[in-house]
Design a protein around this ligand. Structure first.
Ligand code: 5AD
Ligand code: SF4
Length: 475
């Protein structure tokens, strides 16, 4: 039976979800007969982006329902699950290393179930390699069958056979899965899944399927529920939140969603990520400016400041279009904090073209940047593009970029001195009696305070500025 109607209705059917609930009960029965004295323990580790972290919370929710408890100690685990990321080669290498290291644990504890899922596993060549080279992996499943975890796990438990399921599809939406949230006051709220953009370097559209938006009212109700539970920060997630509901042709677009969530009563802030510049509209920026609960922080990945490179990347905007959005945004919100992603050394990029990225970051004055050296991803267009510049050379460009950004960030944070910021207290800092939090602009700020303030908002006056972090006093 297929879960997806190609008409654009990606919802997993009620019958399928009920079937999974039945499997969940079956797993519970099986494991309670095998672990009679205490509940079995699961070690779950998620790599990569917030979207993956949010999937991880659903996976943990399902495991909890099946009777598992969680542990941070692999050697104590009866089930180890890695929720993996495929965005760069380095991320995949780390996972391979960690799977290799599991062999000794499995030897010491033969009943241990080893399970792998996430973007990396959705690739056929990776699943094949795992099958051949890591015979002790019991379960591997892709991004489109997460909701089937109870059924897949039941098959592993009962047949003792290896279960591999990387069903390819345009993707699904499984509503109503249980969620085990890791945070007490910060929550992830996915609003859409998948990506249609096929940037030439990126693996995501191949492993996450097409764009599909969750129902507007379902999201708003989930946000209301989170606020009622005491969550203080809600981050709306999607690969490209700006195209929310475009797949459905609905007028209830992303700005409308922001307004609806902003209207929920309560003391909380709204963040969102990621925005694609090609779909970032003045309506979105106007909405950010008007909505008091929307953090004045915009993550707007530019990737490159050169038009030729942007075209080769298939980004569908120009440097000028990007800069005009930034100018509009700063005019509306002079205090706006803007962050971005940059790729250095895209295949064929020349040093002169890279210098356009340097001049762009100097013009935008980003708060911070996520910078990456291009990593070839099998199956993408850029994978087979000629790439003559050496890794060492790209490394030098990378250093030039990060040095420049450090100066810009230093000047930006220096401008915060003596100003007062509303801060969400997040955790204890390293030093005794010091708390760490974030401003609306996502800048880390440390200040003296009692730990019972963690999870609440306080006003902090900045007294000392470092490049990436500021210190202050509560007022
Ligand atoms: N190589 C390097 N960086 C990449 N990113 C995505 N794909 C690649 C790749 N193949 C970066 C982009 C994206 C961020 C999430 O990861 O900058 O915005
Ligand atoms: Fe990848 Fe581009 Fe989609 Fe972002 S918008 S997930 S970079 S293809």
């Amino acid at each position: 039976m297929t879960d997806i109607k190609k008409s654009g209705n990606f919802l997993v059917s009620k019958e399928e979800l009920e079937k999974q609930t039945e499997y969940s009960e079956l797993v519970k029965t099986v494991i309670s007969s095998r672990f009679s004295t205490e509940n079995p323990k699961a070690f779950v580790h998620t790599y990569g982006c917030q979207g993956n972290v949010s999937d991880g919370e659903r996976i943990k929710g399902m495991l909890e329902e099946m009777g598992y408890e969680f542990t941070d100690d692999v050697s104590q685990a009866d089930l180890v699950l890695y929720n993996t990321c495929a965005i760069r080669e380095h991320a995949e290498d780390r996972v391979f290393g960690n799977i290799g290291a599991l062999k000794q644990y499995k030897k010491a504890k033969p009943h241990m179930i080893i399970a792998l899922c996430g973007c990396m596993m959705q690739q056929q060549h990776i699943a094949d390699r795992i099958y051949k080279s890591f015979p002790y992996v019991n379960l591997l499943f892709g991004t489109h069958v997460i909701h089937k975890l109870p059924e897949l796990l039941y098959r592993v438990l009962c047949t003792k056979k290896r279960v591999f399921d990387i069903t390819d599809s345009d993707g699904v939406i499984a509503e109503g899965l249980p969620v085990h949230r890791d945070g007490r006051f910060k929550a992830w709220l996915p609003i859409m899944y998948g990506c249609n953009n096929f940037c030439s370097y990126c693996i995501v559209p191949y492993v996450r399927g097409r764009e599909r938006s969750r129902d507007f009212d379902t999201i708003v109700n989930e946000a209301k529920h989170l606020v009622a539970q005491g969550y203080k920060e809600i981050t709306l997630l999607g690969q490209n939140v700006n195209s929310y509901n475009r797949d459905k042709g609905s007028e209830y677009n992303f700005p409308a969603l922001l307004r609806a969530i902003n209207a929920i009563e309560g003391d909380f802030i709204i963040r969102f990520m990621t925005s694609h510049p090609k779909d970032c509209t003045t309506e979105l920026l106007d909405t950010m400016a008007q909505c008091d609960k929307v953090a004045k922080h915009l993550h707007l990945p530019v990737q490159s400041g050169n038009d030729k490179v942007l075209e080769e990347m298939n980004r569908k905007y120009t440097r000028e279009k990007y800069l005009s959005l930034i100018r509009y945004a700063y005019k509306l919100m002079p205090e706006l904090s803007i962050t971005s992603d940059i790729i250095v050394g895209f295949p064929g990029e020349q040093y002169d073209e890279f210098k356009d990225t340097l001049s762009l970051i100097d013009e935008v004055k980003y708060t911070s940047l996520y910078t990456f050296i291009f990593s070839p991803r099998k199956g993408t267009k850029a994978y087979s593009m000629p790439d003559p510049v050496s890794r060492e050379e790209k490394g030098r460009w990378f250093k030039e970029l990060t040095d420049l950004q450090e100066q810009i960030a230093g000047r930006r944070t220096a401008g915060m001195k003596d100003k007062v910021y509303r801060v969400l207290c997040e955790e204890k800092a390293k030093a005794e009696g010091v708390l760490s939090g974030r401003t609306e602009g996502n800048i880390i700020i440390e200040f003296c305070g009692n730990e019972n303030l963690i999870g609440s908002f306080v006003n902090v006056k900045v007294t000392e500025c470092r490049t990436w972090i500021v210190r202050g006093e509560m007022c």
